[in-house]
Structures are given as structure tokens and as C-alpha cells.
Design a binder for this molecule. Structure first.
Ligand SMILES: Cc1cc2nc3c(=O)[nH]c(=O)nc-3n(C[C@H](O)[C@H](O)[C@H](O)COP(=O)(O)OP(=O)(O)OC[C@H]3O[C@@H](n4cnc5c(N)ncnc54)[C@H](O)[C@@H]3O)c2cc1C
Ligand SMILES: *[C@@H]1O[C@H](CO)[C@@H](O)[C@H](O)[C@H]1NC(C)=O
Ligand SMILES: *[C@@H]1O[C@H](CO)[C@@H](O)[C@H](O)[C@H]1NC(C)=O
Ligand SMILES: *[C@@H]1O[C@H](CO)[C@@H](O)[C@H](O)[C@H]1NC(C)=O
Ligand SMILES: *[C@@H]1O[C@H](CO)[C@@H](O)[C@H](O)[C@H]1NC(C)=O
Ligand SMILES: *[C@@H]1O[C@H](CO)[C@@H](O)[C@H](O)[C@H]1NC(C)=O
Ligand SMILES: *[C@@H]1O[C@H](CO)[C@@H](O)[C@H](O)[C@H]1NC(C)=O
Ligand SMILES: *[C@@H]1O[C@H](CO)[C@@H](O)[C@H](O)[C@H]1NC(C)=O
Ligand SMILES: *[C@@H]1O[C@H](CO)[C@@H](O)[C@H](O)[C@H]1NC(C)=O
Ligand SMILES: *[C@@H]1O[C@H](CO)[C@@H](O)[C@H](O)[C@H]1NC(C)=O
Ligand SMILES: *[C@@H]1O[C@H](CO)[C@@H](O)[C@H](O)[C@H]1NC(C)=O
Length: 654
């Protein structure tokens, strides 16, 4: 009854265009009197008093909360505190050994939604330390490594408020995990309390909504909703919402917080450009509403200024568009492909539609023509998604998928004609592939069936990215353009790296109101391509080997930086070790400084921390045994840098 009544209320407020409606889970909030006898969970009083300890508390340190304090927290949370082991403990000798679970983890988990539904797992494993990987008869023991010590399975705002207050009051490291997709280890940390937002998946369609200068349809949904769930809501409500290119990513978590690209980026902008209002819990434990009219500093920062920095987002109200059709086409080009399709070639399969260019120079000429066409793709509000894959000496394969949202078959074919004309003028006999209309589902996403399945196959991996937002100016001078292709060629052909290119044009005009006043990295606004060098690392590299690999990769990334001076980089698919990350990930035009001010104002305690987030320079992860730490690993204790911590009392080292 209560729930129905509340829904009617929300619907009614939407009809009359009132802002500030809350989702049901947001109405359960922590009251001062509930923590009157529990100082560990209380809201701060008076002037903020950041801890003076050099390090965050750590299991075994003098300031680590006692078992009874953790029990007290769990009681306040109505039992939502978890501390389970890593799933793969089932593979190791000991009381948790479970042969059939281990077999599932090794053979089957990656083809299910298992890791996304697990409270502690993350998909990129190196930041955890690879201390408990699933294997049949693994060597060594399973240890907790970079996984959090405790997890709050948040289903209400109150749960998150308690977690924030407890971590702040007890100098405990706090992390936030949604789906665990982050490539840089930003959703975990050793000795931390983790807020797991996965179950905040409410959704409301607001057919008529008005706020500031916006008036039109909107949707309000929780921070745990995944992209596939959002697709189902689009089908149900016959609407379009800007979404990600991958179905298990969180629709309002780290993807949204750092920009968030997808098939509609050149038509409607990035994810962060869609937000009209954001509900967030800040470091003081208070649940706030941020929009153009109130808490506008947060509204600015939360739209593109990064996750895990200013607060825990609980829900977002975004713009809604009418249902649209989408055309897609793929082009495959191979150069001397090996006879057998190796496992690595799965990225760029040889298909009946593959065009062969069995000559290295000619292959790169074809790449030159295709990459030149990217400017046309984004200028006509379309996107592409491609890979150049090195398969051996003088052996490459290329695949691209071009998506044409809101165009008819003939409009899309007309746009493609000049590309094929340029190919044939250069002597390439490429067969155009058919345009496929995705209108049967009316979804801006390829391969989605009428009801999106409950999550795609997601496994863990050790992919490392180096991103560059290639500016428009690289397309405006053919000498510079050719140097750009040469730099990419050098990385693929000589370096052996995979090149992943995504053509997106989320210009300020496309972003429109209020996206054009967000903290999205300005480098996105004049980019034609987000291009990344990718490598899949083995899980057994030593810290030294990992650093050597970074040094080697730098030879190739420097060549790319040289042809894109001053360009930016997309943090979500970037390198946690990115040089000058403040400028590259956030902007060199004062954006970083503006965000840093919001961070200092809103989180004077330094509660939210993840590597390369705004203000994160003051802290670093220290090795637990004094040994060599794997670069940017989260398997260690979080401490102030020597410079910061000087004279402030040493944290107890373990
Ligand atoms: C297979 C795969 C495909 C991808 N495809 C795309 C793509 O198409 N487009 C694209 O732009 N990116 C893509 N990415 C990158 C993606 O944007 C990032 O991995 C992103 O961090 C995922 O956000 P998440 O919330 O799902 O993951 P998480 O790892 O859970 O969180 C990422 C970061 O956000 C923080 N965070 C999460 N929830 C909140 C919250 N409620 N409040 C505050 N902070 C929060 C976390 O603390 C962490 O710092 C892809 C990644 C993978 C692994
Ligand atoms: C928290 O309480 C619940 C319910 O009593 C219990 O199941 C759970 O194990 C507790 N969590 C921890 C970390 O002890
Ligand atoms: C799990 O993986 C094994 C080994 O690949 C396979 O034989 C089995 O069919 C899979 N089981 C399920 C339920 O998919
Ligand atoms: C694993 O743990 C056991 C029991 O604590 C210990 O005897 C053994 O030495 C450990 N093995 C390794 C490789 O650390
Ligand atoms: C998290 O909480 C939800 C709601 O109470 C519950 O359904 C789910 O099983 C919990 N998850 C875990 C891993 O405990
Ligand atoms: C979906 O919306 C479109 C445009 O808003 C409309 O033309 C169409 O009839 C709707 N379809 C359904 C099934 O309601
Ligand atoms: C190129 O090589 C592939 C595989 O070796 C072969 O199938 C194809 O016919 C060759 N094409 C041309 C144009 O030489
Ligand atoms: C491409 O389209 C043509 C014309 O509609 C059709 O005859 C042909 O079978 C299609 N080819 C493929 C590979 O789908
Ligand atoms: C193109 O760039 C090159 C190299 O920077 C420069 O020498 C040349 O003058 C530029 N051409 C034009 C037309 O601007
Ligand atoms: C750039 O490269 C293309 C393809 O290799 C070539 O045709 C063109 O002449 C080059 N342009 C310049 C200015 O070097
Ligand atoms: C943002 O876009 C709106 C609507 O197009 C426009 O009125 C406003 O001037 C733009 N603001 C900025 C800063 O570009």
C-alpha cells in the first residue's frame, strides 16, 4: 500500500513538473536520534576535523575499529554489513574449499553475470594484487589482498549515510563499488569499508518534467541500475535514454561520473550531459539534491568530474528522447591473416565479408582512408567503434562498426558512399556490407533483443589502456593527419599493441542545455576520436616487470602524444599512471582547479579517495611489507604522501 501511494505521489509530482521527487529507497534516511548512542555512526558537528593520522586505519592497527564497533555498525545497518571472502577461496585448501564452486569459477562464471552480482569482485584483477585467482589446484594461498575488509550492501540512503559516517569518524578507508568494471582499481582497496551500490536499481519514468530551462520527458533511476536494465525500461516505456556501449556497465556510476560514451554520443552527447538533477550523499553524511538551482557546485562536479570524489550518487534524473531507429554496418579488412584464427583474433574475426589487402603498405593506406572518414562520421552525428589488431609480422586485422542513429537506410547508405568511393579511387576493391536496421528493437544499441538478457558474459581480465582524445585539428592538416596514422601504425606494427578507436563527437552544441555547463573533460568537445592502445597483461608479472612494461609502452604513447600536443585522455579507459593526469583526464583550461575547489569544500576530511581522482595527489598506497609495490596496486595501506604527512605523526606500519 505504502509503495503504491508513494509511486502515485511521484507520478503526480512528475505530471505537474515538480523537481526534487525522491525514489522510494531514498526516503529511508538516517535520523540524528538513531545514532544518538552510537558516536561511530554520528553526523559531524561543528568545524570539520580531519584525522591527523598519516595513514588510514588498517586491520591490526591501533586505530582500527574493534569487533564490537563493527557489530554496532552492522546492527544499525539492520544486518547489511558483509565481510565474505573472495569467491576463489573455494579453489584453495582450507575450510572454504569447494571443488564444484571452483570449477564453476574457472569454467563458467565468465559466461554469466556472476562477477557483477558479487559484492567484492572487480573485473580488472591486477589492482587487487591477484592474490586469490580462481584456478584448479592453484599454487600458494588465497589472501584478501586489495579486497575491502567490510562491505555495506546498500539498499537505502540510510545504509550509505551510516557507512560514510562510520568511515569518516573512524579514519577507515572508504571505497565505492557499483559493477566493478573500472580498469584502474578505483572500486576497491585493502583495509577499506566498501559501499556496494549494486542494489539501488529503482526506475521511474517522468513523462513531463521541468527544471531550470528544461521542460520535457525525463527518467529518474538509481545508481545501481545496469545498462541492460535501462534498455528494458526503454522498451517498456517506448523511449530513448543515452546509454553505454556495453550492457553490464552501471548506468549512473563511474561511467556517468567521468563522461560516459555510447552510440548516441555524437547525437545527444555523453552520459554526464544528460543529467538534470543528481541525488548524492556527501562526506558529511547528508543526502543532497544537486541541480542548476541548488548545490550547483556539486551539480557541476558530478557531471564529468569523476566518481568516488565528491560523494556517493544515489540517483540521477536524465533527459529522455523519443524512440529512434539505428542503422549499423561493419567493415572487415585483413592483411596476411594467419591460416588459423587464433584466440587473440577473436577481436577482429575473419568473416565472409572480410576484404583482403595482403600487403602491409596497402593495408595502412586503407587505414589512412578509413580514419580520415571518421571526421565525417562524427560531423553527421554518427559513431564508430573499431580495432586494429596485430596478428604477427605484417599481419593485421581491422574491424569497424559504424552506427547511424536516427537515420534511414538510404541516408546511411548516402553517407557511406564517399568512403567506398575513396577506397575504389585508391584501387581497393571493397564490397560494401549491408546496413542492418536495429529498429526491430528501436534501441540505440547493437545486438539487444526485445528484452535485454540479465547481463552479458563478463569475465575478469587484465587489460591495460592508454587513451588519447584525438582533436579535430589532426584531421585539418594532411601532414599532421598522416603523422597521426604513422604514430598509430608504429604502436601496432612495431609495438604489437591493439589499437581501439572510437569516433565520438560530443560537442558543446550536441551536449546542449545543461550538458554544456558540465565538468566533462573539455578535450571531449573537439575530439573526433577516443583512441586507446591496449594490452592484455599476464596475471603473474612482478612489480619490476610491470614497470618495465610501462616503460616500453611509453615509447609508443610518447609518439602519439607528440602528434596530439595538449590533448586529453578519457580516464575510464585511461592509464592510472597517466603523465600529467590532472590536465589529461580533467582539462587544462582551469577545469581541474575548479573541481579541486569543490573537492576541498565538500570533502575536507579526504574521505573519498581513488587514484587519479580530483585531489588524490595527497595520498598513496604503501606496500604492507615494505617491499616493492606493483604500480598503482590497491593492495596496501592508504597513507598521506611524505610531503603531506610530514610532522603529522607516523601511522603504524605493518
Ligand atoms: C567491458 C567493458 C566495457 C566498457 N565499455 C564502455 C563504454 O561503452 N563507454 C564508456 O564510457 N566506458 C566503458 N567502459 C569503461 C567504464 O566507463 C568504466 O569501467 C566505469 O568506471 C564503470 O563504472 P561502474 O560504476 O560500472 O564501475 P565501478 O568499477 O563499480 O565504479 C567505477 C568508479 O566509479 C565510482 N562509483 C561507482 N558508483 C558510484 C556512485 N554511486 N557514486 C560515486 N562514485 C561511484 C567507483 O568508486 C569507481 O571509482 C567499459 C569497461 C569495461 C570493463
Ligand atoms: C551482520 O548481521 C547479519 C544479520 O545478523 C549477519 O548475517 C552478518 O553476518 C553480519 N555481518 C558481519 C560482517 O558480521
Ligand atoms: C561449464 O564449463 C564446462 C567446461 O567448459 C562446460 O563443459 C560446461 O558445459 C559448462 N556448464 C555450463 C552450465 O555452462
Ligand atoms: C599457505 O598456508 C599454510 C597454512 O597457513 C602454510 O603452511 C603454507 O606455508 C602457506 N603456503 C604459502 C605458499 O604461503
Ligand atoms: C543484499 O541485500 C539484498 C536486499 O536485502 C538481498 O536481497 C541480497 O541477497 C543481499 N546480497 C548479499 C550478497 O548479501
Ligand atoms: C512510441 O513512440 C513513438 C514516438 O513518440 C510513437 O510514434 C509510437 O506510436 C509509440 N509506440 C508505441 C507502441 O506506443
Ligand atoms: C590474402 O590472404 C588470404 C589468407 O591467406 C587469402 O585467403 C586471400 O585470398 C588473399 N587475398 C588476396 C587478395 O591476395
Ligand atoms: C545484402 O542485401 C542484398 C539486397 O537486399 C541481399 O540480396 C543480400 O543477400 C544481402 N547480403 C547479406 C550478406 O546479408
Ligand atoms: C600542416 O602542418 C605542417 C606541420 O606542422 C605545417 O608545416 C604546415 O604548414 C601545415 N599546413 C597548413 C596548410 O596549415
Ligand atoms: C598522406 O597519406 C596518403 C596515403 O598514404 C597519401 O596519399 C597522401 O599524399 C599523404 N599526404 C601528405 C600530405 O603527405
Ligand atoms: C547551453 O545551451 C543552451 C541551449 O542551447 C544555450 O541557451 C546556452 O547559452 C548554452 N550555454 C553555454 C555556456 O554554452
Amino acid at each position: 500500500m505504502g509503495a503504491i501511494f508513494l509511486q502515485v505521489l511521484v507520478f503526480a509530482s512528475a505530471l505537474v513538473g515538480l523537481a526534487n521527487g525522491a525514489l522510494e529507497f531514498e526516503s529511508v534516511q538516517l535520523k540524528d536520534n538513531e545514532v544518538a548512542g552510537f558516536p561511530g555512526g554520528a553526523f559531524p558537528k561543528g568545524k570539520p576535523k580531519p584525522s591527523t593520522a598519516r595513514c588510514k586505519a588498517f586491520p591490526g592497527s591501533d586505530d582500527w575499529p574493534s569487533i564490537s564497533e563493527w557489530r554496532r555498525l552492522n546492527a544499525s545497518l539492520d544486518g547489511a554489513l558483509l565481510n565474505q571472502d573472495a569467491p576463489a577461496v573455494a579453489c584453495y585448501p582450507g575450510p572454504s574449499y569447494d571443488a564444484s564452486k571452483c570449477s564453476f569459477l574457472v569454467n563458467n562464471a565468465s559466461s554469466t553475470h556472476y562477477y557483477i552480482d558479487d559484492p567484492i569482485s572487480v573485473l580488472t584483477t591486477w589492482p587487487q594484487g591477484n592474490t586469490c585467482l580462481p584456478a584448479i589446484n592453484p599454487a600458494g594461498n588465497c589472501t584478501r589482498g586489495g579486497y575491502p575488509s567490510y562491505i555495506v550492501n546498500a539498499t537505502t540512503v540510510k545504509h550509505i549515510q551510516l557507512a560514510i559516517n562510520f568511515a569518516r569518524n573512524n579514519n577507515v578507508r572508504l571505497v565505492i563499488k557499483n559493477t566493478g568494471h573500472d580498469f584502474g582499481g578505483r572500486s576497491l582497496g585493502a583495509g577499506s569499508l566498501s559501499i556496494w551500490t549494486h542494489n539501488l536499481d529503482a526506475f521511474e519514468y517522468l513523462p513531463s518534467f521541468a527544471l531550470g530551462s528544461y521542460s520535457g520527458p525525463a527518467a529518474h533511476f538509481g545508481a545501481g541500475l545496469e545498462q541492460w536494465e535501462l534498455f528494458n525500461q526503454m522498451i517498456l516505456n517506448n523511449i530513448t535514454i543515452v546509454g553505454s556501449g556495453f550492457k553490464a556497465i552501471g548506468a549512473n556510476g563511474g561511467w556517468f561520473a567521468s563522461g560516459g560514451h555510447g552510440s548516441l554520443a555524437s547525437l545527444y552527447g555523453l552520459a554526464a550531459d544528460q543529467a538534470l538533477e543528481i541525488h548524492v550523499i556527501t562526506a558529511d553524511g547528508r543526502h543532497l539534491i544537486a541541480n542548476e538551482l541548488q548545490n550547483s557546485d556539486l551539480f557541476y562536479a558530478l557531471r564529468g568530474g569523476g566518481g568516488s570524489t565528491y560523494g556517493v550518487v544515489t540517483s540521477v534524473i536524465v533527459k529522455v528522447y523519443p524512440p529512434i531507429t539505428m542503422m549499423e554496418t561493419s567493415i572487415y579488412i585483413a592483411c596476411n591473416p594467419p591460416p588459423d584464427t587464433t584466440a587473440r583474433a577473436r577481436w577482429a574475426p575473419i568473416t565472409p565479408a572480410t576484404n583482403y589487402v595482403n600487403n602491409t603498405e596497402r593495408f595502412w593506406e586503407a587505414m589512412n582512408i578509413y580514419f580520415r572518414f571518421k571526421k565525417t562520421i562524427v560531423d553527421t552525428h554518427n559513431v564508430d567503434w573499431d580495432y586494429i589488431y596485430p596478428l604477427g609480422p605484417d599481419s593485421f586485422s581491422f574491424r569497424t562498426r559504424i552506427s547511424f542513429p536516427a537515420l534511414t537506410v538510404s541516408q546511411a547508405a548516402d553517407l557511406l558512399a564517399p568512403l567506398y568511393h575513396q577506397f575504389s579511387a585508391a584501387g581497393f576493391d571493397f564490397k560494401p556490407t549491408n546496413l542492418t536496421e536495429l529498429s526491430s528493437t528501436r534501441l540505440p544499441y547493437s545486438g539487444t533483443s526485445l528484452t535485454a538478457p540479465p547481463g552479458p558474459a563478463v569475465g575478469t581480465a587484465n587489460t591495460r589502456y592508454r587513451s588519447r582524445l584525438y582533436p579535430r585539428s589532426n584531421w585539418e592538416n594532411s601532414t599532421i593527419f598522416n603523422s597521426t596514422i604513422s604514430a598509430i601504425r608504429y604502436a601496432v606494427q612495431t609495438g604489437g599493441y591493439i589499437f581501439h578507436g572510437l569516433s565520438y563527437g560530443p560537442t558543446l552544441q550536441v551536449a546542449g542545455y545543461p550538458g554544456n555547463t558540465s565538468a566533462v573533460n573539455p578535450a571531449w568537445r573537439n575530439a573526433v576520436m577516443h583512441g586507446a592502445l591496449m594490452t592484455v597483461q599476464p596475471t603473474n608479472l612482478t612489480p619490476r616487470q610491470a614497470r618495465d612494461e610501462q616503460t616500453t609502452m611509453a615509447i609508443y604513447t610518447e609518439r602519439i602524444r607528440a602528434v596530439t600536443p595538449g590533448a586529453g585522455s578519457y580516464m575510464n579507459e585511461g592509464d592510472p599512471g597517466e603523465k600529467d593526469w590532472q590536465g589529461s583526464f580533467y582539462g587544462r583550461d582551469g577545469t581541474y582547479e575548479r573541481l579541486l575547489k569543490v573537492k576541498k569544500d565538500r570533502d575536507p576530511w579526504g574521505l573519498f579517495w581513488a587514484r587519479t581522482t580530483v585531489g588524490s595527489e595527497k595520498w598513496e598506497v604503501e606496500s604492507l611489507d615494505g617491499g616493492d609495490l606493483y604500480p598503482w596496486s590497491q593492495n596496501g595501506r592508504l597513507c598521506k604522501t611524505e610531503k603531506e604527512g610530514k610532522g603529522k605523526g607516523k601511522g603504524k606500519k605493518r
